[in-house]
Write a protein that binds this ligand. Structure first.
Ligand code: D41
Length: 675
């Protein structure tokens, strides 16, 4: 209880004191790992503050420690665009790949040895935390890197994350990135309590962290023992110019930073760090799946830039996957969205890397032959992080008696169409594209999925019913469904039916990129789809594009270009596109937000020694829209010639290609604000 007779002014002063004290206790506990007071004392202070705030509700501040669980349950999470995209990380599984990474970095920076920051790689959920004037204003999941979900109310309940920044010198706007995870002790304790209460237990710490953040009711998240480590900042304002120094600064500002972060020199330093953390792994108290290396100097990071969405200056070096032995019960085949037939191993259930595995991929027919996998064999199952479990090898020496080898079926097990396999291709395919219910269902499921048209409530079970009852044969049929037809389906009430009709209605105006991804063109993932949309800006223009025009798009090579062309050359696909249009589907083309692209359509070639690392010049040119190629040809627009330019210059002169010297290049950069 608050002291009786505490007047408003005294209450305000005391509340401020208590908030500072409790923040301090949290900081000592979570950041310094050095608890200052026993739990009873902490609780006493928190209750005293709560009592004052009950007496004087207008004194409550949003960043008061009593307000961590203030939010009301949501209906859905709002989408947040990341102003600075959340990049992804390249992976290495071997020493060789790490050496290759270091070699590329040294070449890019033109130095003999590189200083790296190294840190453990947590197996949790990546998050971005925005602070304005020192206060936490937004927390968003990584999502696809370009946009994620607003999970602010849930994140506020995590005591390790500061609601306001400590210390001084922080910029007015700060965006901190890091990993939310569940410590093993908390995971065990939560499950022990759940078992006692006869409630559901959490499967593993990673799923537990992800699932906890996805709760619509912040009270559910608050009950989960989550923690956080910061690993980067979105922008360089107000922070030191090196990775390790920045993390130390973040620690001063109140963020937990992994105590294992350090700097190392050269590839030998990287490998020694990997070995040292591997030794410590079991005693860390949280799951990690490897370590992360980052070039320490931010200027060097900028010089190196990134490819697709992965920085050239960072690498995740993964620990070997976890393996277990179990029995192969049977080999079934599954038909994928594009007809690919994948053999699947049915296994005696086995616990690998934190989950129970009953199915694993056998990839393709050749793999099965190579491994000589036969139903009845003992096999090694491997699971690496998030990837699909696979049968790594067969313990042929443990085989007892005769076992029959696997035969790939000649007909699709779902539709009976012929199974075809090209000479030079590992994958067998069902040829029943438009008639095979397995392919039809998966195409529709993909069309409705989150990263495609995001039709809420249209899950696999429902798609199955819609196709089996004949209500839906192509994706266009979805837009003609009415609530009366839907209520005829099993387990479909009037309310769900009208919800689904509404959800379908809301997806009638997708962004072009999402629509292209939703169509399920082979090898066209969400990034490629977005690139195609940005480049062509209309379905008609894309439909007309020839191979050469397609290959001019970022990330599109000959294979993807051929798949896109083949898709639009297939009359049935055009019919579906027309049916979508007739059903009222209208795609949107977002504003072009990339900077001016004055060099769009030009191909540049670099030669000789420039006043900056070549990779930097390449990044700058690409940011202005140019393509950068390795050799001079008739298609070259400009040859950028540094000192001691040799044969490329001769060739350019012969072909009459424009040659630009370094001074003119610098002037061009200045003109566009890049130097
Ligand atoms: O511990 C991690 N899981 C971790 C993830 C880490 N320590 N550092 C990371 N650094 C980055 C960059 C280099 C892009 C800033 C990351 C991740 N990214 C990351 N997490 C999920 C996707 C990428």
């Amino acid at each position: 209880m608050s002291e009786p007779g505490l007047d408003r002014t005294a209450a305000a002063t005391r509340a401020a004191e208590l908030r500072a004290l409790i923040d301090d206790y949290d900081h000592h506990y979570y950041v310094l790992d050095d608890p200052r007071v026993p739990d009873v004392e902490y609780d006493r202070r928190l209750r005293e503050l709560q009592a004052i705030e009950t007496d004087y509700p207008d004194l409550v501040t949003p960043d008061s420690p009593t307000q961590r669980v203030g939010g009301t349950p949501l209906d859905a999470f709002e989408e947040v665009r990341h102003e600075t995209p959340m990049l992804s990380l390249g992976n290495a599984f071997s020493e060789e790949e790490v050496r290759e990474f270091d070699r590329r970095v040294r070449e890019g920076l033109e130095v003999a040895q590189v200083v790296y920051a190294a840190e453990p790689k947590l197996d949790g959920v990546a998050i971005s935390l925005a602070y304005e004037n020192g206060r936490l204003v937004r927390a968003a999941t990584r999502g696809d890197g370009a946009s994620g979900e607003n999970v602010t109310e849930n994140v506020r309940t995590i005591a390790a994350i500061p609601l306001r920044l400590r210390g001084e010198g922080w910029p007015a706007r700060l965006e901190v990135r890091g990993e939310i995870y569940m410590p093993l002790a908390g995971f065990e304790a939560f499950n022990a309590a759940a078992r006692n209460a006869g409630e559901r237990t959490l499967v593993n710490p990673r799923n537990a962290a992800a699932g906890s953040l996805r709760q619509l009711d912040p009270k559910m998240t608050a009950a989960r023992p989550l923690a956080f480590f910061a690993y980067s900042v979105a922008t360089r304002d107000g922070v030191p110019d090196h990775q390790l120094a920045t993390l130390e600064r973040l620690r001063d500002w109140g963020f937990p930073v992994n105590p294992e972060v350090t700097t190392v020199r050269g590839v030998d330093g990287l490998l020694a760090y990997y070995a040292a953390i591997g030794e410590k792994r079991a005693g860390l108290g949280y799951d990690i799946d490897g370590v992360v290396y980052k070039v320490d100097a931010f200027d060097d990071q900028e010089t190196l830039g990134f490819v697709s969405r992965a920085p050239r200056w960072a690498l995740a070096h993964k620990f070997p996957a976890q393996e277990e032995i179990t029995r192969l019960l049977a080999i079934d085949v599954q038909v994928g969205r594009t007809g690919a037939i994948t053999p699947v191993a049915r296994l005696e259930p086995v616990f690998v890397g934190g989950v129970t595995v009953t199915n694993a991929t056998l990839h393709n027919e050749d793999e099965i032959r190579r491994k000589d996998a036969r139903p009845g064999d003992w096999v090694v199952v491997r699971r690496a992080g998030d990837v699909i479990p696979e049968v790594a090898r067969v313990l042929v020496e443990r085989r007892e008696g005769e076992l029959a080898p696997f035969e790939m079926p000649a007909e699709c097990p779902v539709c009976g169409s012929a199974v075809e396999r090209d000479e030079d291709q590992a994958v067998a395919r069902c040829t029943g594209g438009l008639v095979c219910p397995a392919q039809v269902k998966q195409r529709i499921g993909h069309f409705a999925s989150r990263k495609a048209l995001d039709i809420e409530g249209l899950g696999d079970k429902l798609v199955q019913q819609l196709v089996d009852t004949g209500l839906v044969g192509t994706v266009a049929d979805l837009f003609r469904l009415d609530a009366d037809q839907l209520t005829e389906l099993e387990r479909m009430g009037e309310k769900s039916a009208s919800n689904l009709v509404n959800a379908i209605g809301r997806s009638r105006t997708p962004e072009l990129g999402r629509l292209l991804f939703a169509l399920g063109i082979r090898e066209v993932g969400e990034v490629t789809a977005a690139n195609l949309a940005r480049h062509f800006r209309s379905l008609e223009a894309l439909r007309e594009a020839d191979i050469e025009a397609l290959e001019a798009v970022d990330d599109v090579g000959p294979v993807v270009a051929a798949h896109v062309r083949a898709f639009f050359d297939e009359p049935h696909n055009i019919e579906v596109l027309e049916a979508l249009r007739d059903a009222g589907v209208r795609y949107q083309v977002p504003e072009d937000t990339s900077g001016p692209q004055p060099l769009a359509g030009q191909t540049w070639v670099l030669t000789g020694t420039l006043g900056m690392p070549r990779i930097k010049a390449k990044n700058l040119l690409q940011s202005l829209g140019a393509k950068v190629s390795g050799s001079v040809s008739g298609k070259t627009s400009v040859l950028l010639a540094g000192e001691n330019a040799g044969s490329k210059r001769d060739k350019a002169e012969k072909l009459g290609v424009e040659i630009m010297e370094e001074d003119a290049f610098q002037a061009l950069l200045r003109e566009h604000g890049l130097a």
